[in-house]
Structures are given as structure tokens and as C-alpha cells.
Design a protein around this ligand. Structure first.
Ligand SMILES: Cc1cc2nc3c(=O)[nH]c(=O)nc-3n(C[C@H](O)[C@H](O)[C@H](O)COP(=O)(O)OP(=O)(O)OC[C@H]3O[C@@H](n4cnc5c(N)ncnc54)[C@H](O)[C@@H]3O)c2cc1C
Length: 496
């Protein structure tokens, strides 16, 4: 007799989607192993903004998720554009330079809406419109970036809390401070359990199926140096300190097939004032994502990216890395009074540096070549535009002429004092390298055949994301593949 039908390793969004899905699919004895102590539970999911990118046809399809939204945002459904499966696919293909695995992408997108309805209706995850993350107020209405409309109420904290409550309601045990160390296999090669480090020692737990849902390796400095290279070993971690690549290591040791971009990662501009590991209370409030409405200077006093290349949700996940590569991994984001009202509310977690002149501002910044910084700002201003035609909600085409790098949209002159500067560095969110899976979330071995008894989901799935990522996709991917992994594991467990 095995100890469990299904062991789920990890306790983030993907793991708890998987555990509850396995339970719904008939697995009686499901256990969740969480390496973190209870006070630090929930992985990156806890830290997340809770944004959920889903495909839907007409905006009214969002009504079951947001039944009361018009009370707070009158005319909401008239202001939200459709975001079809084709739109989602086109965004995912574009930002990943067409490297996304087409089969996984199709499963993710095709199940996105229905899976989020399942989270809402079955697990009772309350949803709200993602106003502060993805909405821009224009006159008396709020315009949203396409596809990034819905988020879990109280963001990742609320999502994680609700998943744990539902897990308990479903009679699923969560063992805290219990980290899986390795997979146990029988003579036929079937995965039949895990060896885990518990508060009292090393224990072997047996099961009919195992689901690995224990995140990437973003918190592991050695793996970052090994797979991402310098200066990633120095990156500040935006989420959990517990995602050390344990699941990837144990799966690879057992013969799993690595897949996806192992040198790739999601990283964002964050405040340079934050600690090396994220603060559990302030969660994702370190983000500094309003750079499309200003310019960024490095310590050499130069611009280094096209701040207006695309809408923020399609550049933020790669510009963290660009900042990290700058001297001292530091950048300054500079705004004037024409756009200051567009800054995300998260900027309020820092006190900005301000001055009535650009010279006075630059003099206060940690920039090695201040003469060059002023030259860069002057050159930018000479090539930038006046306010006519400025529209923060679309690619407005207000572009610089004759400066390198260009700014392709929202290139307003910086001429309305006081000027304001915020520091930014690159924070790592999660890693893209993972394991190969089939359509049922079964892990493939290096012989390209499913490894019996082993499933995975969440950040551990390789192949979906390369170079970049459309904001709000991680949680939906975790829920979609978690739900599938749970179902498959329950089915496999019933057969053993
Ligand atoms: C600051 C921040 C903001 C974000 N905002 C968004 C957003 O708005 N929308 C979005 O879609 N995505 C967002 N993301 C990304 C999103 O959080 C992740 O994609 C998602 O949470 C990953 O879920 P997961 O279940 O795979 O991993 P996690 O949620 O990280 O869970 C991993 C779990 O495994 C546990 N674990 C690790 N090793 C072991 C072991 N050996 N044994 C047992 N347990 C182990 C960890 O403790 C944790 O419980 C954000 C991430 C961060 C950090």
C-alpha cells in the first residue's frame, strides 16, 4: 500500500491547482509538500500581482468573473476590447520571437478562459479588474491593455490564501517545511515517491503518481551564474527565496528531458533600493514599469533601450535584464510633469529625486558621467515631440528622430519641471528553462517517452517562454497545466 495516491511537490498556484484537480478527478489521498515553513508558504504566487491573461471573445464573457465591475467602473464592458485566442497567440509568438512551443501555446491559450472560470467557480478565487496594473485613466474612463484585464482580488496574496483555503476544504494535507530531495523509482522505472527533508529528518513518501510543481531556479545564485551567466548571480530576487531548482535537478537526475530557453528568464525593472530577496509584505511593489513615459539613463549618462518600443507589458520582462547589464546594474528613470500622473501607484514605495532643472536633477543622481547625461537629455529633447497626438493607451507613434537608441512611441520632450527621477535595477522573477512535457503534462525522458508516474506544471514547464513574456501569463500557465497534471496524475494513479 502506497502512502498516497498523488504527491504534489510545491505549494504555489500550479501545485495547488494540480492538487485540487487531482482530488476532483478522484484521487483520494493527495498530499502537498511545501519546502517553506508555513509563514513563507506559497512561492512566487504569493508575491505576484495576480494578473491573469486570458483569451475571450466579447468583453461580456468577463462578466461571470467580474459581476459587479460596472458599479466601480461604469461602462467597463463597452471600454474593454475583445482578446481572442488569435490575439493571445500572436502576442505570445511575437514576444518570444516565434520560439514558443506551438503545442503548449495552443493548450495554454485554448484553456485559459475556462481554467480561470474553474478557479473562480470551483476554488472561489475572487477576481477584480486590474485597474492599477493595466488600466490607464483617460478622462472619466479607464482603458485597459488588451488581454490584461482580470486579476485575483488582493493580487497574489489573495490568490494564494484562497488556494490554501480551498485545499483545506478539499481535505488535502499540506506538509510544511518538507522539501523534496529526490525521486524514488521502482525497478521498472516508474516514479513511486519522493525522499524529503522534514523537520524531523529524512523521510521516504510513496505514491502512485508525483507532480513536480516547485518552481524554477531564480533564487539559486549558482544556477543563475551557470545557466544565465554574469551578472545574473547578482540579480535581486523578486519572489520566493525557496525556488532553488530542486524539482528540475531531481527530474534531470532521474532522466528527464530539459526543454526551453535555459539561458532565459523573466526579469523586470525594480527599485534599486530593494533588498536582495523580496519583502513578503510589499510583494511586487518594487516594480518600476512606467519607463515608456520617460527616459532611462545608465551610469555612463547614456540611454540604452527604446523605452517606447512597445506597450509596457510587452517589454517589461526583458528590460530588467537590459538594466542589469548596464554599469553597476543601475538606471535612472526620468519623468516630467506631463507624464508624472501616469506612473503606476507602485512608484509611491520610493521617494523620488526632484529638481526644477535637468542639470539640478542629474547633479543628484549616481551617474559617473554627468556631462554626458546632460548631453543625452539635450539630444533626446531635440529629437522628441510636443504633446499633440500623445496617447498613453496605444502605440501613438510619437517617435524621436535621429537619436540612438530611438524612442518609438510616447517620445515627449522633457520640458515641464519639476523633473523627477527614480532608481531602477533588474530583478529576476522566474527562469524559462524547464522540462519537456506531453499534452497531458507528463514529463518526457531523454528518450522522448513519458516517464511513468511523473508530471509537472508551472514554472517547471519548459518551452513556452523565450527571451520575453506577455504579462499575466505565468499564473494562467500554472493553472492550466496544473489542472491538466492533476487530472492525468489521478487517472494514472487509478491504474497502478
Ligand atoms: C513579484 C512577482 C510578480 C508577479 N506577477 C505576476 C502576475 O501578475 N501575473 C502572472 O501571471 N505572473 C506573475 N508572476 C509570475 C508568477 O508568480 C509565477 O509564474 C507563478 O507564481 C509560478 O507558479 P508556480 O506554482 O510554478 O511556482 P511558485 O508559485 O513559485 O511555487 C513554487 C513552490 O514550490 C516550493 N518548493 C520549492 N522547492 C521545493 C522542494 N524541494 N520541495 C517542496 N516544495 C518546494 C516553493 O516553496 C513554492 O511553494 C509574478 C512573479 C513575481 C515574483
Amino acid at each position: 500500500m502506497r502512502d498516497f495516491d498523488v504527491i504534489v511537490v510545491g505549494a504555489g498556484n500550479a501545485a495547488l491547482a494540480a492538487a485540487n484537480s487531482a482530488r476532483e478527478a478522484g484521487a483520494d489521498r493527495v498530499v502537498v509538500l511545501e519546502k517553506a515553513p508555513e509563514a513563507e508558504r506559497g512561492g512566487n504566487t504569493h508575491f505576484s500581482g495576480g494578473l491573469l491573461r486570458i483569451a475571450y471573445g466579447a468583453s461580456r464573457a468577463l462578466e461571470p468573473l467580474l459581476p459587479d465591475v460596472e458599479a466601480r467602473l461604469p461602462g467597463f464592458f463597452d471600454n474593454v476590447e475583445p482578446y481572442t485566442e488569435e490575439d493571445f497567440m500572436s502576442d505570445l509568438r511575437r514576444v518570444t520571437s516565434d520560439r514558443t512551443d506551438p503545442t503548449l501555446a495552443r493548450i495554454l491559450i485554448g484553456n485559459s478562459y475556462e481554467t480561470i472560470r474553474w478557479m473562480h467557480e470551483t476554488a472561489g478565487v475572487p477576481m477584480e479588474a486590474a485597474v492599477s496594473l493595466a488600466g490607464i485613466r483617460v478622462g472619466n474612463r479607464v482603458k485597459f491593455q488588451k488581454g490584461a484585464i482580470v486579476r485575483a482580488r488582493q493580487e497574489g496574496v489573495g490568490l494564494s490564501r484562497r488556494w490554501f483555503a480551498h485545499t483545506e476544504e478539499n481535505g488535502i494535507e499540506v506538509r510544511y517545511a518538507t522539501g523534496a530531495l529526490s525521486l524514488i523509482r521502482d525497478r521498472r522505472g516508474r516514479v513511486v515517491g519522493v525522499e524529503a527533508r522534514t523537520p524531523t529528518g529524512i523521510e521516504e513518501l510513496s505514491a502512485r503518481a508525483v507532480i513536480l510543481a516547485c518552481g524554477g531556479f531564480e533564487a539559486n545564485a549558482q544556477w543563475r551564474a551557470q545557466y544565465l551567466g554574469a551578472p545574473w548571480d547578482h540579480a535581486k530576487v523578486r519572489g520566493s527565496a525557496h525556488n532553488q531548482g530542486d524539482g528540475l535537478r531531481m527530474a534531470l537526475e532521474a532522466g528527464a528531458l530539459p526543454r526551453g530557453q535555459w539561458s532565459g528568464r523573466h526579469s523586470t525593472p525594480i527599485s534599486n533600493e530593494w533588498p536582495d530577496f523580496a519583502d513578503r509584505k510589499r510583494t511586487d511593489k518594487s516594480n518600476r514599469l512606467s519607463y515608456p513615459f520617460g527616459v532611462m539613463l545608465n551610469r555612463a549618462g547614456r540611454r540604452f533601450v527604446d523605452e517606447g518600443e512597445d506597450l509596457g507589458f510587452y517589454t517589461y520582462a526583458k528590460y530588467g535584464g537590459e538594466i542589469l547589464r548596464q554599469p553597476g546594474s543601475l538606471a535612472w528613470q526620468i519623468f516630467d510633469q506631463k507624464t508624472i500622473h501616469l506612473l503606476e501607484p507602485r512608484y509611491r514605495t520610493s521617494d523620488p529625486i526632484t529638481s526644477d532643472t535637468l542639470r539640478g536633477l542629474v547633479a543628484q543622481l549616481d551617474i559617473d558621467d554627468q556631462v554626458q547625461a546632460l548631453r543625452t537629455l539635450d539630444a533626446y529633447n531635440e529629437s522628441a515631440c510636443g504633446a499633440a497626438g500623445f496617447d498613453p493607451t496605444v502605440l501613438d507613434g510619437l517617435a524621436t528622430t535621429g537619436v540612438e537608441p530611438p524612442k518609438s512611441n510616447w517620445a515627449l520632450r522633457l520640458d515641464a519641471p519639476p523633473f523627477v527621477a527614480y532608481s531602477a535595477t533588474g530583478g529576476i522573477t522566474f527562469t524559462f528553462g524547464g522540462l519537456a512535457i506531453d499534452e497531458d503534462a507528463r514529463v518526457l525522458g531523454t528518450d522522448w517517452r513519458p516517464m511513468p508516474g511523473l508530471h509537472t506544471c508551472g514554472e517547471m514547464v519548459g518551452g513556452l517562454f523565450h527571451f520575453n513574456y506577455p504579462g499575466g501569463t505565468g499564473l494562467v500557465s500554472g493553472a492550466v497545466f496544473g489542472r491538466i497534471a492533476g487530472r492525468t496524475a489521478a487517472r494514472d494513479a487509478a491504474r497502478v
